[in-house]
Structure formats: C-alpha cells, structure tokens
Design a protein around this ligand. Structure first.
Ligand code: G1P
Ligand code: ZN
Length: 542
C-alpha cells in the first residue's frame, strides 16, 4: 500500500465551534474538505505512534468519512485506531472508550442534534485524552492549520471491513473494531443499581424511550430491554438511520412531540425519555408532567446519592450560565461547591478533572457526571430510573417535593432561528452598549438590579472567556439571558433564556410561559428583538 501526499489548498471557514466543525453534508463531501480538516487535526495533535478512537452517530456520510479518516490516520503514522462496529459510537461511549483505553484522543463524526442526510448537516470533532472536547486553544490551532494547508497524507487502500469485530491491518496501522455498546453498558452497570431498576420493571413499571432513529437505539435496547428487563418495544425509533428517518433528533418538547403526546395521554407510561443524534442529550418526562433540564439537573443532584456510583456524595456541581439556578440551591443545601460556566460542555472538563464537580448540566438537555467527559443522555435517564426505583414515587411526586423544599425556577428558552447574521450582531451590540445604564431601571413592574456580559475565569487553568452572553437580572431572582448560538449552520440563532424564581412549591400546573410573561415582554422591549430582526415569535420554545 502506498502513502500518497495530495497537494491541496486552504479551504476558508473551517473553524470549529463549541462542538467541532459542523457544516452541511454536501460541504463536507466537497473536494478535499474532510481531508483538509482531518489533516489539520493530525498536524495539531500529532499522529505518529498514537492510538485514537473513531466512531460517529451513523448519519449520512458517516461510513464513507470513517474510511477516509482511517486511511489518513494510517498515512500519518498512527499505531492503532479503535473503531465502533459499523463506524458507530455515541458521543458518551466514545468518551468512555478514549478514557478506558487511555488513548491519545478520538475523532467523533456527528452534528449532534442537527438533522442528517445529503441536504442536512455533518460534523467532526476531536476529543482529548481525558475524553472531553478539545479546548479552544487546540481547536484554534487546528483552525489556523486549515488556513495554511498545502497537503495531506492518505494511503491507497480498500475499505476496512468495519462490520465485523476484531483486528485488521491498514498499511501497518492496527484497526480494532469493537462492539460500540459493550463497554458502555458495563460502565452503566457499575454506576447504577440495575437490580433495583430490574425489580421495578418486573413490578409493572413502564417507560417509553424514543431514540429518534439515532445512535442511542442499540444502547437503549441492550440496556433497558435486555439487561433491565423493560418489555420489548419500550424503545421506539431504535434503529439508527442515515437521515434519522427524517426526524430532527433533538429531544425537546417541540421535536419529540410524539413522546410528549404519549406522556400526556390517558395511556401514558410511568416515565418517558428521549435522546439526540449522537446520544449526549436527554429529555425526561413523567406521566403528565414535563421535567425541564434545569430542574432535572437539580433533582439529580439532590438524589444522586441513591445510586451506587454516587453513594459517597458529590464533590460539587456545575451548570452553564444560562441554565437556571435551581441546582445552586441544592448545592448550598448539600454544602458543596457550585460553578457557573459559559455555554458548552468543554468548560466542565477542567472542573471534573480537578475533582471540583461530580455532576454538571446545561439547560439544553445536557446532563452528565465525571464518569465520562461528555454529557450523557442514557446516563441521565438511568440515574432517573435508579432514583424512581429507590424512592418508589412518581416523577410528579418527586418534583412536587423538590419544589416544596428548594423553591421553583420557572424556566424557558426561546430560539429565533436563521436570522440574518448582521441583524443579530447589531442587536447584540446595541444591547451590550446599554448594559451599564440598565441597573435601577423599572420594567413590567420589575426592577433591574444588574446587567452584564458574562465572562468566566476558569478556576483550574485561569483562562478567561469573555462576551459569553448578556444577563439582565431583576430583583428577586428573575432574569433573562441573550446570546447567539455557536452551533447553528444557517445565519444566526438568537437564544433568549428566561427564568423566574418562586419560593415554595409553586403550582405544578402553572404554564411557565405564563409565569414568565413579564420577563419575556421586558426582554423584547429592552433588546428590540422585532425592530432589529423582524421577529416577534420564537421558532422553538423549550
Ligand atoms: C448548543 C447549546 C449548548 C450545548 C451545545 C452543544 O450550543 O445551547 O448548551 O453545549 O449546543 O450541544 P449553542 O448553539 O447555544 O451555542
Ligand atoms: Zn448531541
């Protein structure tokens, strides 16, 4: 087999965002596009003699991209690549494999919750030897290399058969095809009380798991149905498809509407859950009651000690800034530290590595712990199951008790998609320019007590991240936050995060949109959303 050096030229715009490089599939399939970015990764982290993990969420182009990446890894001198069978790996399972085999990192092919298919999205991200997403300094270095790219290396070879387990040789590099589920399932068995959950299912407890035709299907069938004894058919949309069956594999009330409808119907099972394209996100729903991700994080933090893996208690908790402060109050009650980080999972990695936090989460349906260095959809679902099995209460009862004890943060996020970038930028700039004048202002009967643009000093490495989102805080713990998405692939996406604190139990049936109405109006007035962008109504409300 020969190694070929292909002359190429820099391709503009290969700048990885908060979760790697994400583009339209056709862009990724374009001439040298994938190759240039993969060469930038290997040039940046070095490939000679190294071992990497490789897998993806199975979306369109996953299998072809895997073959290119393997041929380039071999040409760049990698010693070994551990690949999930069929080139499949959920993001958390990839993170676990990287850690378990102490590899030099891994390449994950996914555009997460973005739809897949020839006209949809594809993505590639690099995870570090700790199993977590590459930090900004590393992705920035990769980006700079893409701008200077002149050549890449690839071997001429047949496709490596990735459908059968075992070892193969590719131009001197070992390709090890592993079961994508096995190691991950063992890890879950170590963390959770499988016997208690099995007994709960045996006792008639019923759940619905919607894998949204994405990667968690095989994981959920193996763990929930085979190992925990949930009835066959508990998992729906369980076969990963290249276009996710045309679904938008993002587990939220909008995109997982069939699950929501079932959970609010007469025949609702006890518990419902869904996960996203690459398996790192989760949504949980009780019978007739939705659990917001911010509340889910708080409930998990308050009850984690009921699971064997967390019996010793939590070292601390962390949440992204736009996530509600519900978990902070749990941390105070537990007497543990709580951290507020910028949006994006990578900021949690340092806290987890340093042992400052055990649990972390984001309002965007991401929850996880120090068992891997990614958020983990099935993990969160299993922790909920463990808690339900031990407490022997319904989701609604657990939430009601939680709110009564800790108070309630009504919460919602409004997304305005595909805004013209210049308009969104102008709106944010105008808002930022007024922040200093806002404290003391009254709006909708509420007083603004503080307004800033969030910046974060990492307590572990001291790095500073500025301009992470505008926060406007009202007296009494209400607030709104505005930032532009770092993961969208079309124009700009404005995210408006709304939160209102009510001491005591609140009313379980109170629609958060009603509870938040004054804050929604205040945000629109202050930022001039309609005047700048022409948008009044959000595209997605979660
Ligand atoms: C979004 C979420 C963020 C999450 C990221 C990756 O990023 O808001 O919490 O970490 O996807 O899943 P955004 O598009 O807001 O930059
Ligand atoms: Zn994801």
């Amino acid at each position: 087999m020969t190694i070929r050096t292909i002359q190429t030229a820099a391709i503009p715009g290969q700048k990885p965002g908060t979760s790697g490089l994400r583009k339209k599939t056709a862009v990724f399939m374009g001439h040298h596009y994938l190759e240039n970015f993969i060469q930038a990764i290997f040039d940046s982290v070095g490939a000679k003699g190294k071992t990497f993990v490789l897998g993806g969420d199975g979306r369109y182009f996953n299998a072809e991209a895997a073959q290119v990446i393997l041929r380039m890894a071999a040409a760049n001198g990698a010693a070994r690549v551990i690949v999930g069978q069929g080139a499949l790996l959920s993001t958390p399972a990839a993170s676990h494999l990287i850690r378990r085999h102490q590899t030099d990192g891994g390449i994950i092919m996914s555009a997460s919750h973005n739809p897949g298919g020839p006209t949809e999205d594809f993505g590639v991200k690099f995870n570090m030897p700790n199993g977590g997403p590459a930090p900004e300094a590393v992705t920035e270095d990769m980006y700079i290399r893409t701008t200077q790219m002149t050549q890449y290396q690839i071997v001429d070879a047949q496709d490596v058969p990735l459908d059968k387990l075992g070892l193969d040789d590719l131009a001197g590099m070992v390709v090890e095809v592993v079961d994508p589920v096995a190691d991950y399932a063992v890890l879950m068995e170590q963390l959770f009380d499988f016997a208690a959950i099995r007994a709960m299912f045996a006792g008639g407890f019923r759940m619905r798991m919607d894998s949204m035709c994405a990667i968690t299907g095989p994981y959920a069938v193996e763990i929930l149905e085979k190992r925990l004894g949930a009835p066959a058919g508990t998992v729906i949309n369980g076969t990963p498809l290249p276009d996710f069956g045309g679904l938008h594999p993002d587990p939220n009330p909008t995109w997982a509407k069939p699950l929501m409808d079932e959970m609010f119907s007469q025949s609702a099972p006890d518990f419902g859950a869904a996960s996203d394209g690459d398996g790192d996100r989760n949504m949980v729903v009780g019978r007739g009651i939705y659990v917001s991700p911010s509340d889910s994080l708080a409930v998990l933090a308050a009850n984690a000690h009921l699971a064997p893996g967390y019996r010793g208690g939590l070292k601390g908790v962390a949440r992204s800034m736009p996530t509600s402060a519900a978990v902070d109050r749990v941390a105070k009650a537990l007497g543990i530290g709580h951290y507020e980080t910028p949006t994006g999972w990578k900021f949690f990695g340092n806290l987890l590595d340093a042992g400052l936090a055990t649990l972390c989460g984001e309002e965007s349906f991401g929850t996880g712990s120090d068992h891997v260095r990614e958020k983990d959809g099935l993990w969160a679902i299993l922790l909920w199951l463990n808690i339900l099995a031990v407490r022997k209460q319904s989701v609604a009862e657990i939430l009601a008790e939680h709110f009564a004890k800790f108070g309630r943060n009504y919460y919602s996020r409004h997304d305005f998609d595909a805004i013209e970038t210049a308009k969104a930028d102008a709106m944010m700039a105008a808002l930022r320019g007024r922040l200093a004048d806002l404290p003391g202002t009254r709006l909708e009967g509420m007083e603004i007590v503080a307004a800033d643009d969030f910046s974060y000093a990492d307590p572990v490495d001291g790095s500073i991240s500025t301009a992470q989102g505008v926060r406007v805080m009202f007296k009494g713990g209400s607030r709104f936050v505005m930032r532009l998405s770092g993961t969208g692939t079309e124009g700009a996406t404005l995210r408006l995060y709304l939160e209102r604190f009510v001491a005591g139990p609140g009313d379980l049936d109170h629609d958060p949109q009603d509870a938040l109405a004054p804050i929604i109006r205040a945000a629109h007035v202050l930022a001039g959303i309609e005047a700048f962008t022409g948008r009044l109504r959000p595209d997605v409300v979660t």
